[in-house]
Unconditional design. Structure first.
Length: 195
């Protein structure tokens, strides 16, 4: 059994004190407290970077190439494969593996920030979809056709003032545009009201 589990068992199940567990298990009290606070498996933390005896002499060259790539267009930048080829064949006589170069380039290439473009919709834009669904009508399961209509402008968070302005904009549009037979039938059914 793992020593952490033994410490936790002794404290929580057997009811022993931290001092008694430290004495019996030959651990420091701080170590016992750490084991009590962290129930997860022990994690390895690297204290200092591992030496790179093969890649080490070439790191300055790779960093220089990656720095130059920031001024170049994206299609003309070095890939990890191209850096490896330049180190091995063309210029420097590198004897290491390609995976070393790939890992170093992956860790040290500057990351581009993610860009998010907020969606802006006019109040007149909408998303429309057709579909079928199984529903129970009058106790019988039947297939019906669906018409889904959603105003994109309604997806944005807004205040009551904007809601009123949207409603007035829709009414103004209905007054200035010719009414289609479809909207006439909606108006007759009470779905669309004009002021």
């Amino acid at each position: 059994m793992d020593q952490r589990e033994q410490i936790r068992r002794a404290y929580f199940i057997e009811g022993k004190s931290i001092r008694q567990i430290a004495r019996e298990r030959h651990h420091d009290r701080h170590t016992v407290r750490k084991a009590l606070h962290d129930a997860g498996p022990p994690r390895y933390t690297l204290r200092e970077r591992r030496p790179r005896p093969i890649l080490g002499p070439f790191l300055a060259v790779i960093d220089h190439w990656l720095g130059e790539d920031q001024q170049r267009p994206p299609k003309q930048r070095h890939t990890a494969r191209r850096i490896y080829d330049r180190l091995v064949v063309a210029e420097y006589g590198f004897r290491g593996g390609e995976s070393m170069v790939r890992q170093y380039v992956r860790e040290h290439r500057p990351n581009r920030p993610q860009v998010f473009i907020p969606l802006e919709h006019d109040p007149s834009e909408a998303q429309v979809d057709w579909g079928r669904a199984q529903v129970i009508m009058a106790g019988r399961q039947t297939s019906v056709r669906l018409f889904c209509f959603r105003l994109c402008h309604r997806c944005r968070p807004r205040s009551g003032r904007r809601r009123a302005s949207l409603r007035s904009w829709l009414y103004r549009q209905a007054e200035t545009r010719p009414i289609s037979p479809f909207s006439d039938s909606l108006q007759a059914r009470g779905c669309l009201r004009r002021t």
